[in-house]
Design a binder for this molecule. Structure first.
Ligand SMILES: [Zn+2]
Length: 600
């Protein structure tokens, strides 16, 4: 094992699950446990449960584990870095034995090299920008009104009009073409020649909240296409969960409370479309500005934003695409409990141009006047109809009622019922009873949707963690029960001699879990948390759910284990036998339902 067991125990003892998680999730007591809204999936009814001094588990998405798993997922760290993170917070030293080799050394190394390479690339682009060859790029940025200070602050750069400028630099620094390709910095032509991905563009580094350069956006300086080129997903960058300038915006959101280390979210964020909007806003003093990377906001980004902001001002273009993006923002931010205000710049095409024309003060006024999402949508609905014509008025009321019925809070619904009544002259009671009927229907529709997603799961199976489960659903189930039992009682490993081998497993993932447990057992024993460093947080979620499922059962004796081992062997034999012994559709549906509960 990479770390002495005693150290991990001490670390976990000093990193109270309750306190650590409490910094990210608002927890309230429920019996002897704590519950809150899950930070890993969008929900409003808390299903995320903390079992103090043990582990956490989300009954909604199946995320689960101990304090280390939690930090791994929350801060997007690998095992050694999560350990370091917690040790720093608890003020204890991480033992560095001689010959210390983390288990996932290769993966960590490649991540670190990726960060290192991106950092070198960012510095290279920046020094290009300041060199005579970057004059055109620098002039472009200055013409767009950026100050030298803000150019430095954002680490902006310039990719020369060359096919091998960065390639040469990175080669000198000892990086391989494969590494450059993986990081989306170079491509390889059909003739096998490496080439720089970014050429003749001003460069915007994308930096994560830990300060690592993870990707780049590059913009042309004329009208050539594509206007923007963004890194595609790499091992260290996921477009759908990162935001441009979040590294800077997050600090502005951690206000007075932030200084004490308490992450009470007090902030406001501004979501824009483009890099230039964000930079212009920061330059004008709005340091909560971020941008999605060329897309509408995603559920992942919404969750990230919800960690820092209470209110999100959405400032997309006023075109059709912008309107659709507004709708998405309203939907996803609603799901994570962040208030959305729709900010429409008038008299300019985007926030960048608006600030240049009218100044920061006017933008601040725009923010103050920004309508809440419901007001915004109510006025959109109203604008569509001629209220003088009874039929149209009725359609408007219908549409507005549907909107209000979708509001989660009863109190807020009440406010808008009154407002709609004022707008239309229809009595409050009439509107209220219509909305009541609709809310009942909404719940019904939601239930239908859940059932439908069950069907879809049935069709696609789509078990990302254990894709093999499809080979033998019953076999996979049996394996999970076996593993759950062994996690519950590691000492059962001793009685397995001859009864169960790696080869008996049908699915790769479960086999991997078993062989890891076997190895740890032979090295002096294990408990569920010692698996942490061998599996991803998502996989740990699955492992914890096996453990919990088994623990919930009353009979877990050794007899059950040997029965399960026999069943597994039979299932394995069936696989080589002719088909026709598959599960019935009901059994399959029940299995999928149990899976979809535990799935990420
Ligand atoms: Zn969850």
């Amino acid at each position: 094992m990479a770390y002495p067991q005693s150290f991990i125990e001490e670390l976990k003892m000093r990193s109270s699950l309750e306190t650590v998680i409490g910094k990210y999730v608002e927890l309230r007591r429920a019996g002897s446990n704590l519950v809150g809204c899950c930070p890993f999936h969008s929900e409003r009814t808390p299903s995320f449960t903390v079992f103090p001094e043990k582990n956490f588990y989300c009954f909604g998405c199946g995320a689960g584990g101990d304090v280390i798993t939690f930090i791994m997922r929350m801060e997007n760290l690998d095992y050694p870095h999560a350990v370091q993170y917690l040790a720093d917070a608890a003020g204890i030293d991480v033992p560095r034995e001689e010959g210390f080799i983390p288990q996932k050394k290769k993966e960590i190394l490649s991540r670190e090299r990726n960060f290192e390479m991106n950092k070198i690339a960012a510095r290279h682009f920046h020094s290009n920008l300041m060199s005579p060859e970057g004059a055109e790029g620098l002039q472009y940025l200055l013409d767009r009104g950026l100050s030298p200070a803000i150019i430095r602050r954002f680490g902006l750069g310039f990719a020369k009009n060359s096919f091998d400028d960065l390639y040469k630099k990175l080669t000198q620094c000892g990086f391989s073409v494969e590494e450059m390709k993986e990081a989306f910095l170079c491509g390889i032509s059909s003739r096998g020649t490496p080439f720089d991905m970014f050429r003749n563009r001003v460069m915007f580094p994308i930096i994560d909240t830990a300060g690592n350069v993870i990707a780049f956006g590059g913009r042309v300086m004329d009208d050539s296409k594509p206007k923007y080129l963004n890194s595609s997903d790499t091992p260290v960058f996921k477009k759908r969960s990162n935001l441009f300038a979040l590294n800077l915006a997050k600090n502005s959101c951690l206000g007075a409370e932030g200084a004490t280390g308490d992450r009470a979210k007090s902030g406001e964020m501004i979501l824009c479309e483009g890099y230039m909007d964000v930079i212009a806003l920061h330059q004008a003093g709005f340091s909560g500005a971020v941008a999605t990377l060329g897309t509408a906001v995603t559920p992942d980004q919404a969750r990230v934003i919800s960690r820092y902001a209470k209110t999100l001002y959405v400032s997309y273009d006023s075109d059709e695409a912008g309107r659709r993006a507004d709708e998405k923002a309203i939907k996803y931010m609603n799901e994570v409990g962040v208030e959305v205000k729709i900010l429409k710049v008038t008299g300019a095409k985007d926030p960048d141009e608006f600030i240049k024309k009218y100044g920061a003060e006017s933008f601040r006024k725009l923010m103050t006047g920004a309508s809440g999402q419901i007001d915004y949508r109510l006025s959109e609905i109203k604008a569509k109809y001629n209220m003088e014509i009874p039929e149209e008025k009725l359609s408007m009321v219908n549409e507005a009622c549907a909107l209000i019925a979708g509001i989660y809070s009863e109190m807020t619904r009440e406010v808008y019922i009154m407002r709609l009544s004022d707008m239309t002259g229809i009595s409050r009671d009439t509107i209220a009873s219509d909305i009541k009927r609709r809310t009942r229907k909404n719940t019904y529709v939601q239930k239908q949707q859940v059932a439908k997603s069950g069907e879809e799961t049935l069709r696609h199976y789509g078990d990302r963690i254990n894709p093999d489960a499809i080979k033998s659903v019953r076999g996979a189930e049996t394996e999970e029960h076996i593993l759950g039992l062994l996690l519950l009682y590691p000492e059962y490993m001793d009685s397995l001699n001859g009864a169960l081998y790696e080869d008996d497993f049908i699915t790769d993932f479960n086999r991997m879990v078993f062989s890891c447990m076997k190895k740890l057992h032979s090295e002096g024993g294990f408990d569920i948390s010692s698996l942490n460093e061998h599996f991803t947080p998502e996989q740990m979620g699955r492992i914890h759910s096996m453990y919990r499922r088994r623990r919930a059962l009353t009979v877990n004796d050794i007899g059950i284990l040997s029965q399960l081992c026999k069943t597994l062997k039979q299932e394995k034999e069936k696989l080589s036998a002719p088909r026709g012994e598959d599960m019935t559709l009901e059994e399959l549906a029940a299995y999928i339902a149990s899976k979809s509960k535990g799935k990420q």
